[in-house]
Ligand binder design. Structure first.
Ligand code: IPE
Ligand code: IPE
Ligand code: MG
Length: 224
């Protein structure tokens, strides 16, 4: 059975779900948050140490301002309401991505990271304003600036996931088969599951079904 230390998820399909059921994309984002909570709980139950959630990409700024504002207000209220609870559950929250939001949101994110820094049960990497190309370019720039030798070990030090093992498993919901600029380096050997269900419909049973399938895959890493 394959060990499972790190699950990464592209939580896609909120907008379509919202339009279909409530005639509002934003209602889909709100519903998606309930799935986030369920998946966090189940990740802990499965004793998985790292969970990386793609919440907002560097390309998502191309969306209407109203939707963007709603997404960030949702994030703000989630942190305001749930941070203590996450902390109590021994969860460490780390933001990956470029933290150049409003002063207020940046402060909130920094506080959340600081408060939960020493927690050990589960590390949640929340990908916010995250783009893999930006991350990699930045890493190469840093290597150059520090006159470090360009090799895998040194490059890794400058990735936002420097202290995090690469994902064993990537799940993308929403019936689309693409990576959308997510963890391009880190996913080099991950097992990938594309799920037809939209993110708000994705449930604990679906999650466990994927985990079960993942566990029996023959992972080669180039060997036979
Ligand atoms: C994913 O759901 C969540 C974010 C990108 C914030 P979408 O909003 O992309 O939902 P669809 O793909 O349009 O249905
Ligand atoms: C990927 O979903 C980003 C997140 C889930 C945050 P998108 O809906 O933005 O991806 P594309 O644009 O369809 O590739
Ligand atoms: Mg989408």
């Amino acid at each position: 059975m394959n060990p499972l230390n790190h699950v990464a998820i592209i939580m896609d399909g909120n907008g379509r779900w919202g339009l279909k059921h409530k005639n509002s994309r934003n209602a889909g984002h709100k519903a998606g948050l309930i799935t986030v909570e369920k998946v966090i709980k189940e990740t802990i139950r499965n004793k998985i140490g790292f969970l990386t959630l793609y919440a907002f990409s560097t390309e998502n700024w191309k969306r209407p301002k109203k939707e963007i504002n709603f997404l960030f207000s949702l994030l703000e209220s989630f942190l305001n309401n749930r941070l203590d609870e996450l902390h109590k559950q021994n969860i460490k929250l780390k933001i990956i991505g470029n933290k150049n939001f409003s002063k207020k949101l940046n402060q909130l994110l920094n506080t959340a990271e600081k408060k939960t820094l020493k927690n050990k049960k589960l590390q949640i990497n929340l990908a916010l304003n995250y783009g893999s190309k930006f991350e990699l370019l930045n890493a190469f720039k840093n290597l150059q600036k520090n006159k470090a030798k360009i090799n895998e070990k040194n490059l890794r030090k400058y990735l936002q996931t420097a202290d995090v093992p690469d994902p064993d498993l990537l799940i993308r919901t929403g019936n689309t088969k693409r990576l959308s600029n997510f963890l391009l380096w880190q996913l080099a050997y991950s097992e990938i599951f594309f799920e037809k269900k939209l993110w708000p419909e994705f449930n604990v049973k679906d999650y466990n079904k994927i985990i079960k399938k993942y566990k029996i895959i023959k992972r080669n890493f180039g060997k036979i």
